[in-house]
Design a protein around this ligand. Sequence first.
Ligand code: CA
Length: 709
Amino acid sequence: MGDIALNLRATLAVCATLALAACNNAPQSSPLATEGVTDAMLAAGNGDEWLTYGGGYDEQRFSPLTQISAENVGELGLAWSADLDTARGQEATPLMYDGTIYVSTAWSMVKAYDAKTGALKWSYDPEVPRETLVRVCCDAVNRGVALYGDKVYVAALDGRLIAINMADGTEVWAKTIVPDQESYAITGAPRIANGKVLIGSAGAEYRARGSIAAFDAQTGDELWRFHTVPGNPADGFEDDAMEKAAETWAGDWWEFGGGGTVWDSITFDPGTNLVYFGTGNAEPWNPNTNDRGLGDALYTSSIVAVDADTGEYAWHFQETPEDRWDFDSNAQITIGDVEIEGAQRRVVMHAPKNGFFYVLDARTGEFLSGEAFVPVNWASGLDPETGRPNILPEARYEQTGEVFLGTPGLYGGHTWHPMSFSPQSGLMYIPINNTAMPYLADEEFTGTEMGGQMGLDFASVAMPANKEARAAARKATTGALLAWDPVTQKEAWRVPYPGPSNGGTLSTAGNLVFQGTAGGEFRAYSADTGKQLWSFPAQTGIIAAPMSYSIDGEQYVAILAGWGGLWDMHTGILANVSGPSRNISRLLVFKLGADGTLPEPPPINERILDPPAFKGTAEQVALGGKLYAPNCSGCHGDAAISGAINPDLRHSGAISSEEAIRAIVIDGALEHNGMVSFKRNVDAADAEAIRQYLIKRANEDKALEMAAG
Ligand code: CA
């Protein structure tokens, strides 16, 4: 007995000091906030204030405010605006507490503004090293802060969780919470549950092993961590959930980390005391790369529920078994009480990248219903009992060895762009994408030292310099605002958009839905019919979601504008399919009767291609193209055509000089801008081949421009 007691005491001591994941079974209590933002305020949900990323624990993003309504929204005008000191994608939802707006911007900076006047109260910069960008798939974005007690919490791109004094913006503590800084980045908004701060990380394209962890809000001490995929069995499993998950993998899956990262949705339900979160793709995408076989690869591309106090596994529902398409299940998880077959059910509602809308029982994860909300060609449907997809053989591209043109593609039918649920209309308002992606396995890929580890042959499916092919791709790539009834699993109405990656939505008790567009408008629609009622020219594409608050009897609507993110960075000729794009990063705040204006925007640069003559060899172009696709296209665009955020290398003066390109690619001359040295992946001859590929591409597109007149 004595030994057992001693061991127990020792174990608890280790738990307390190291907060080991193996200690999950010991309940972890944290002191609750008694001042400032309290648990009771968070549980009450949003009213005059907007206290959490999703507008309340239910993540419905529904405002009960009615002053601005479908009848008078035409009188909405700009109350104030604030220009931001960054020019990258803005994805955050502002929070409002006690007359102050707290908002994170690109590079994980945080600002506090007087919510009525727009006066800047303080600004906090975590000084994220710019070279962090090389392990980030989708721009230097941050989706928001959390408020609790007297602190503001932000998770920085470089893997730190930071507590800031709400009153003056000074840093209270900052802790690196990811295992290493080569593979992990954080873009998501922290959430609060019972005195704990919850956050996961991104990185499932970069050898990451996914997890979500809880930290004491006062001290930052780690209290529990739930891994989403099993590690090397030789090291022992952290819990039973990992042991079970390991049965669904084969080969040496842990060598690439396994993926399953928790990079966006985290939902705390005080009713069940469960935390629900979505997990990302299995890593690498191509299952042949690590011989993981055709197993489910748990708990990737799933919704997982764990106990909020201990992090102990409660249930999981895998939306995409054997994921090889990057069908992250990270999109927002909304909870609600809806009537299903005559009974009120507490449900989880989810519209992940894979294109199916799911309704699950919140307590058990039981599948209640699921239907495709965008065209889907990787599965013929869902099993009506279990919700498991019937995967079509042609979608297993690594088995067929053929190109699979998948819909949705890696951008997803719907991803992090927030949706909103109106209990008034019973509808979910989802920013959807109609996109395709050609998947082709790279059978020679065995991993690289840095960068993405997808195992796909991106070079062979890059967009050709062909007018008809490009026109067809642009025509097939669209978006929409979709109003979806989760009970009947049917569309109520839609507003079509010319392109994907439009902003998140807010619905209000004034029978309104607000949404910004990729084309640069901020709009209001009637929530019941979808009729457009109001629009404001935002001068830049909007990807973030709006929120609403009220001060001194006046209702406001706020939105962070600023084009960027995944769509702009990767998609080449499709990046501007919604229209010419540029980034003007700005917080816009509206109220009835206001008549504020924005300064005249700078013109959109329409540059004419003027490349040096091509003097390289066909072999260099082939090698350069093969190297460009995995190493460069993630930031500089498919087929060397960039969007609005990063430099278009066809226009770069550096491609005229072998020495200049070598200085950048090998010696890291532009590291301060985020362009790190790639010498671990490429040598000097490779860099020269990439240069010749860029010159060739620029000349091909120049010829297309000339032909078009
Ligand atoms: Ca992913």
